[in-house]
Design a protein around this ligand. Sequence first.
Ligand code: 5GP
Ligand code: ZN
Length: 114
Amino acid sequence: MSDCLFCKIRDGEIPGDLVYEGDSVLAFNDINPQAPTHVLIIPREHIATLNDLEPKHSDVVGEMHLVAQQIARERDHAEDGYRTVFNCNAAAGQTVFHIHLHLLGGRNLGWPPG
Ligand code: 5GP
Ligand code: ZN
């Protein structure tokens, strides 16, 4: 999608601090990190919100979680713990409308979230 920030990062039109590049999934550091590890994991395919997921997306959504697991392990968060979050639409604070799995780790994370 031409005016989507994360499609532009995918296409190299704007810089992204990439930490993983796969056939169907990319991961890059969040520009405004909320924890020592704050990585965004996205599908290469533009999908605006979780509401737009279809059964055909189940493989890529699963892959996004496996990438989160891998990065968390690489950064030694697996034992201590970490969090993955999808925000969907305004009440959850979604600001970029290309789905992204937040991976947060490296500090104690409060619950419930704000
Ligand atoms: P949301 O609020 O939609 O769940 O999360 C959007 C995330 O994208 C935020 O954590 C925000 O800091 C991050 N973000 C916004 N613009 C950019 C950007 O240009 N580059 C990167 N790497 N992250 C961004
Ligand atoms: Zn997009």
